[in-house]
Design a protein around this ligand. Structure first.
Ligand code: ZN
Length: 292
């Protein structure tokens, strides 16, 4: 059997009220109160992580840091990574480059004020990015983004200048010095569990934690058994996964992963640091061979 090189980075988006304000555009007290539960979920998750001595990565919008400074301090004090997650869970695709920069600045300022740190990782709220996002992230010195889905378990280099046209052939942009650590909606607790009615649409949610646990275990086992190398990055929200029986999903996932030999729990930034060694920005293999 070839040796496994499998890492797990548990990631938590501590959105609190910001996801309802900036993500769904709601100021309805009931909707906002769902975010108010966030700190309780964080406390439970921090306790669980401490029991297992597992490092994790928390992405925190600036708005959340200012609303719950003690909770964000507790995350930092426990030694977990804190990543940038916008200012108020705004969707960058709705704004021009000046506003995108302004929101990045406000996110930085809030984290600096509350915990005195400058993140090296960025996760876009809602996982949306624009043509301006990666140039901005590089200008601000980020080491990685974790918002895209171009790979499953293997990080890859971000690109700038891809041209997507309905009438012309796909045109690859330039790979840049920014690592993408991929995510996926299937490994995100929010669409599985949250019922949301918004703008005439409905996110049904209401999934069973036991079924989602099995789905996530199957995804992890595919990495471990079939691929053998890479990183598993589920995305959880304290207001979702820290609430009631859903915490058992995280407990079950940790128990399962700990039952497989040789798996490394890590923060995303530590994994990116290791992954970067000996690598330089490049296009996907198919893109290179496809070029004339
Ligand atoms: Zn979020």
């Amino acid at each position: 059997m070839t040796e496994k090189d499998v890492s797990v980075a548990l990631s938590f988006d501590f959105d609190a009220m910001s996801v309802w304000l900036g993500g769904f555009g709601s100021t309805a007290p009931s909707m906002l109160s769902r975010g108010e539960f966030g700190p309780q979920g964080v406390r439970r998750i921090l306790t669980l992580l401490a029991e297992h001595a597992i490092p994790a990565t928390f992405f925190v919008p600036g708005h959340t840091a200012l609303a719950f400074p003690a909770t964000v301090e507790a995350i930092a004090d426990a030694g977990h990574e804190i990543g940038h997650h916008g200012w108020i869970h705004e969707n960058p695709a709705l704004f021009g480059p000046d506003d995108e920069r302004r929101f990045l600045d406000k996110g930085f300022e809030a984290l600096e004020q509350v915990v005195g740190l400058r993140p090296v990782g960025y996760r876009s709220p809602g996982w949306e990015v624009t043509a301006n996002t990666f140039p901005l992230l590089r200008e601000y010195g980020f080491a990685y983004d974790s918002s895209q889905m171009g790979s499953e378990y293997e990080p890859y280099w971000c690109r700038e200048g891809d041209v997507a046209s309905m009438t012309e052939a796909w045109s690859w942009g330039t790979p840049v010095d920014l690592v993408e650590v991929p995510v996926h909606w299937m490994l995100d607790d929010f669409p599985h569990f949250e019922y949301v009615g918004f703008n005439g649409g409905v996110l049904q949610g209401g999934g069973s934690p036991r079924q989602v646990l099995q789905t996530w275990i199957d995804e992890f086992d595919y990495l471990y058994d079939r691929v053998g190398t890479g990183i598993f990055v589920p995305t959880m929200h304290p207001q979702v996964s820290g609430r009631g029986a859903r915490l058992q999903l995280l407990e079950g996932l940790i128990a399962h992963i700990k039952g497989r030999p040789g798996v490394r729990f890590t923060t995303i930034s530590d994994h990116v640091t290791r992954w970067r060694v000996g690598r330089v920005p490049c296009l996907p293999a198919d893109a290179i061979s496809g070029r004339s």
